[in-house]
Design a protein around this ligand. Structure first.
Ligand SMILES: O=C(O)C(=O)C[C@]1(C(=O)O)C=C[C@@H](O)C=C1
Length: 354
């Protein structure tokens, strides 16, 4: 038994030695690419292709998601050798948006917390950060209006998406006792845990604050309050977990967008996000959708929001399958540009791999 164990350990040592050499060889190639490249070092389409191939060719026993995460970190470290990336996110430290930024860019990216979604856009627009990560919709709480509004105005492009399973925790200052007087959380998280709160903490005042991480910070200061936040915030503020996974829907997912100076090149499995509004005449909304149908472009999302330019006028946010350079998508977009009162291509980017 002891002999067998040390044989396996010897094999692991030998393999680790090989992997160490190989991973550094890989890094040398990335460094060389960094010198050859002009323009942005971060190439979302290439990263998506690398991760897809890893998942497809994975022989196991490690799960596809597990190997993809490992390679995500290897690429993140390789990219940092070319040039470290700075990524602004809706802070403070410990938010789900930070978790999404790390999921997408890996731990080698330098993450910069921002106080608001507007600030994330401004930092990237001003070149203070290379990329930004902002929430855009939640499967329970719906669209994030601020992000949709800012996408209309910004010169930035969407270059990626991140899906994150959101688990909520009920948190309290370690050692605090007695009945909680207040529940702090972001309005979306309060909505996501509405039923659970009705059953378990009915009658306790719910206070909406700017972020879950801020809620955790407040609970860390005040033992008479509890907070609803994610695991990262719990760890950051050293809070005790009173209850886990208290979200009403177990598949509660938030989708984030990555914004930057450019969108992504073709990766083979892409999406394009659009914002458009119809001319003010009968059948105009229907007319907006016909070019997509005619060119067999599938819509994966349709969201409407009142436009700020006129009463009862709406902006439609549409996601379609394919890249704006794909022939069918390009033809549909050319037709749409003619028909719509307003059309903005928000960006083409790889479908989330992780
Ligand atoms: O292929 C490139 O362009 C690289 O810079 C290499 C690499 C990688 O590590 O595979 C690193 C960063 C890019 O975002 C994409 C891929």
């Amino acid at each position: 038994m002891d002999k067998e164990l040390s044989q396996h350990r010897a094999s692991i040592d030998a393999i680790d030695g090989e992997m160490l050499k190989l991973v550094n060889q890989r890094a040398e190639h990335a460094k060389a690419i960094g010198v050859l490249k002009d323009g942005a070092v971060y190439r979302p389409e290439r990263e998506a292709q690398v991760l897809r191939r890893i998942k497809e060719e994975n022989p196991g026993p490690l799960a596809d998601e597990t190997v993809a995460r490992l390679f995500r970190e290897i690429m993140s470290a390789c990219l940092a050798l070319e040039q470290p990336l700075s990524v602004s996110f809706l802070g403070p430290q410990g938010t789900f948006t930070q978790a999404a930024a790390i999921k997408h860019f890996g731990h080698a990216a330098l993450t910069r917390p921002c106080a608001s979604i507007d600030e994330v856009f401004r930092e990237v627009e001003a070149g203070l950060a290379d990329y930004g990560v902002v929430p855009v919709e939640n499967s329970t709480g719906g669209a994030v209006g601020t992000t949709l509004d800012l996408l209309l105005q910004t010169p930035l492009q969407v270059c990626g998406e991140v899906d994150l399973r959101v688990h909520q925790f009920l948190l309290r200052k370690a050692g605090a006792t007695g009945k909680a007087e207040k529940i702090y959380s972001h309005a979306q998280s309060l909505a996501q845990c509405h039923e659970w709160l009705n059953q378990n903490l009915s009658g306790v005042e719910r206070v909406a604050v700017v972020s879950n991480a801020e809620a955790a910070r407040l609970a860390a200061e005040d033992g008479a309050a509890v907070a609803i936040a994610g695991e990262a915030a719990a760890e950051h503020y050293g809070l005790e977990k009173l209850a886990e996974n208290i979200e009403d829907k177990p598949d509660n997912t938030t989708r984030f967008l990555v914004i930057g100076q450019h969108d992504a090149a073709l990766s083979g499995r892409d999406k394009t996000s659009l914002a458009m509004s119809a001319r003010n005449r009968p059948g105009a909304v229907y007319e907006l959708l016909t070019p997509l149908a005619r060119h067999e472009v599938s819509m994966t999302k349709l969201e409407s929001r009142p436009s700020h330019s006129g009463l009862w006028e709406y902006v439609f946010y549409v996601d379609v399958e394919g890249h704006r350079q794909d022939v069918k998508v390009a033809q549909a977009l050319a037709e749409l540009a003619d028909k719509a009162a307003f059309l903005k291509i928000l960006g083409s980017y790889p479908v989330a791999v992780l």
